[in-house]
Write a protein that binds this ligand. Structure first.
Ligand SMILES: NC(=O)c1ccc[n+]([C@@H]2O[C@H](COP(=O)([O-])OP(=O)(O)OC[C@H]3O[C@@H](n4cnc5c(N)ncnc54)[C@H](OP(=O)(O)O)[C@@H]3O)[C@@H](O)[C@H]2O)c1
Length: 262
């Protein structure tokens, strides 16, 4: 019997926001699984060492590109550089994102727009530009990063939650619109993963993350999200599109309320 293929061997992937945290883990995981990767962040000097590490530790190539996903021209340049270097784009992982926590009534117009622009419009720019290449080349696969905060209400997260919820619906819509182009579009909704971004949001030192004793679920690891992304990008997920996979761990023992509602 033929074994399922959970790898991304021979593919080319773009991973946005890959200088640290979940994006870095995704880039490293996809490269270790056989993909050439184009990775970006807003600063060349932050993404260069990641590409160097990937090339040192895997048999695959890594292209580091400075690209702010909020800037459409920069996204065009990222995709162009990827096609020039690797010949196409098979996988796009829209990981770049972030937030600050504030009550709705205290969020300024600028603050609201910044969070929606980064999380939602950044995803839109990359998807439209890379999606064009995928349609021209006969198909591909897109994995978006949403959040449990896009699925359930959390105080202080109105802007981020709205943007992440919109990403789930965008995923569903594109999975239908682009099905004729052989493009699968899926989404991952992580629970709390300790990253430099989370440390900054919580106003604590990175070493103090995760505050495991303060959470009602086991806190995850970036690699546990990367594994889900790899599955969704692999041939093993060929019959999966338009879905959001929630990866939020299990409630801690004794948390009967959480356990009861799951
Ligand atoms: N960690 C969690 O608990 C969690 C939970 C649910 C969902 N998520 C989602 O998972 C994704 C990654 O989260 P994370 O915790 O790993 O974040 P993080 O530690 O803050 O890292 C964010 C990454 O995105 C890059 N970035 C930020 N703004 C960018 C922009 N405008 N253009 C291009 N790159 C940009 C950052 O690099 P530079 O600063 O070098 O630009 C960095 O590499 C995000 O979409 C986040 O919303 C995270």
């Amino acid at each position: 019997m033929q074994q399922p293929d959970f790898t991304v061997a021979g593919k080319t992937a773009i991973v946005t926001g890959a200088s640290q945290g979940i994006g870095r883990a995704i880039a490293e995981t996809l490269a270790a699984s056989g993909a050439d990767v184009a990775i970006c962040s807003r600063a060349q000097e932050r993404v260069d060492p990641v590409a160097e590490a990937i090339e040192a530790e895997t048999d695959n190539r890594a292209l580091a590109v400075e690209c702010n996903v909020r800037d459409r021209d920069a996204v065009e340049a990222l995709v162009e550089a990827t096609v020039e270097e690797f010949g196409g784009v098979d996988i796009l992982v829209n990981n770049a994102g972030g937030e600050f926590v504030a009550p709705f009534e205290e969020i300024s117009e600028n603050g609201w727009n910044a969070i929606v622009d980064l999380n939602l419009n950044g995803t839109v720019h990359c998807t439209q530009v890379a999606g064009k290449v995928m349609r021209e080349n006969g198909g591909g696969c897109i994995v978006n990063l949403s959040s449990v905060n896009g699925q359930h209400a959390a105080p202080g997260e109105s802007h981020y939650g709205a943007a992440k919820a919109a990403i789930i619906r965008l995923t569903e819509t594109l999975s239908v619109e682009w099905a004729p182009h052989e493009i699968r579009v899926n989404c991952v909704a992580p629970g709390l993963i300790p990253t430099p971004g989370v440390a900054e949001t919580l106003g604590i030192e990175p070493d103090d993350v995760p505050p495991r004793e303060e959470t009602d679920r086991r806190v995850g690891y970036p690699e546990e999200i990367a594994d889900v992304v790899q599955f969704l990008a692999s041939p093993a997920a060929s019959f999966v599109t338009g879905e959001t996979v929630t990866a939020k761990g299990v409630p801690k023992p004794g948390n009967s309320f959480e356990a009861g509602i799951e």
